[in-house]
Design a protein around this ligand. Structure first.
Ligand code: 3PG
Length: 396
């Protein structure tokens, strides 16, 4: 049983809160603050109830362009919350402990990017994680630990699994809601339809296999790069440009995995037609007319696919979306994602995976879903039936 904020009396208590505010950045700072906004409920509640809140978070991965300090994130949280949020450029040193000790009830400080420290970019079992410099360094300044970072819960890193070994651990409101929804898919109304698209081909094929094997899915619709891989697996000759793209992305092996699934699972559907670019325009080709000399890769599903997938989604009791149906960032290839997501938003019950999927619905301004997850990799892991280390660490 996981304790939640309902079980926590936090008046005057030093609460370490792990959040996931890993966000796209622009030259001027944060390009998207959706993940910060998602934590407002948890943080407001803790601060209003007199908590002294020390926030832990990561941004980017070492070596990447978006690997940065959390100073802009602290400024934005300060704007979003009615309580003050300060920034501290230390994470677990004496300076960090002193800053946490200075917090008054109802004040927060965002500590520096946990991944500035090598330990936090490694995976540990919880006992070892509890023995890292990060956890041992900061833990004396804290009384309790709250994990609200659902989007990072598939990682077994010290700030996610180590603290609850040493401190009483609680799930924040984001974590609680995500687990309530994504952890209870087997109770949702049938027919249950999964639309799996996007570029995380290995993960999506894993989800498809898992939900079919566990009899959770009545239909699995494939689109995006996942759909292209399934088409190649079905023997369709998508053309050199599409095949080379799949190969360049390192997904060649996934064709065999998709092929095994197609051989055994009636639930799995592949696109009937695809859209390519020709002379700057959208041009659709039925799969039955392949092979054709196509100079550009398949970047979206075509109208016939959209229509038949929309019919399936229309009659679903539950729709679970993960990954866009095409390269929605380009106007001529946004139709599949736009039309299928719009249909899904009107379904009886709809759940949207996070990451690229949540970004797509924001960009395409589609609303009306019952649940939009904050997690990309974490929601895929949960959909595939995997346990999440950070949730397990909170469990006992
Ligand atoms: C995410 O953005 O999916 C999470 O913040 C986890 O980030 P990671 O994939 O770099 O561990």
């Amino acid at each position: 049983m996981i304790r939640t904020l309902d079980d926590l009396d936090c008046e005057g208590v030093a609460v370490g809160v792990r959040i996931d505010i890993n966000s796209p950045l622009s030259e001027s700072g944060l390009a998207d603050d959706a993940r910060l906004r998602a934590h407002v409920e948890t943080l407001s509640e803790l601060l209003e109830r007199g908590g002294r809140v020390a926030l832990l978070a990561h941004q980017g991965r070492p070596g990447d362009d978006d690997f940065s300090t959390l100073s802009a994130h602290a400024d934005r949280l300060d704007e979003l919350l009615s309580a003050p949020v300060d920034y501290c450029d230390a994470t677990f040193s004496t300076a960090a402990r002193e800053r946490v000790a200075e917090l008054a009830a109802g004040e927060a400080v965002l500590l520096e990017n946990t991944r500035f420290y090598a330990e936090e970019y490694m995976e540990f079992d919880p006992e070892r994680a509890a023995d890292t410099h990060l956890v041992r360094g900061l833990e004396p300044a804290l009384d309790v630990y709250v994990n609200d970072a659902f989007a990072a819960a598939h990682r077994s890193q010290p700030s996610l699994v180590g603290f609850p070994q040493r401190l009483p651990g609680y799930a924040g409101r984001v974590m609680e809601r995500e687990l309530d929804v994504l952890g209870a898919i087997e109770d949702t109304p049938r027919p249950r339809v999964y639309l799996l698209g996007g570029a995380k081909v290995g993960d999506s094929i894993g989800v498809a296999r898992s939900v079919i094997e566990r009899d959770l899915a009545d239909v699995v619709l494939t689109a995006g790069l996942v759909g292209n891989v399934c088409l190649l697996a079905s023997g369709a000759e998508l053309g050199t440009a599409s095949a080379e793209f799949v190969y360049d992305q390192g997904y060649w092996d996934e064709i065999d995995r998709a092929g095994e699934l197609l051989d055994t699972a009636d639930e799995l559907r592949v696109p009937k037609d695809v859209a390519i670019e020709r002379d700057g325009e959208r041009h659709e080709i039925p799969v039955s007319d392949l092979p054709q000399e196509t100079e550009s890769p398949a970047m979206d599903v075509g109208s016939e696919t959209i229509e038949s997938y929309a019919d399936v989604i229309d009659s679903a009791g539950t729709v679970i979306l993960n990954g866009p149906a095409g390269v929605f960032e380009e106007e001529i290839f946004a139709r599949g994602t736009h039309d299928l997501y719009s249909t899904a938003s009107e379904a009886a019950y709809s759940i949207v995976g996070g990451g690229d999927t949540a970004a797509a619905i924001r960009q395409l301004e589609i609303e009306g879903f019952d649940h939009v997850s904050t997690g990309g990799g974490a929601s895929l892991a949960l959909l595939a039936g995997d346990s999440l280390p950070a949730v397990e660490a909170l469990g006992e």
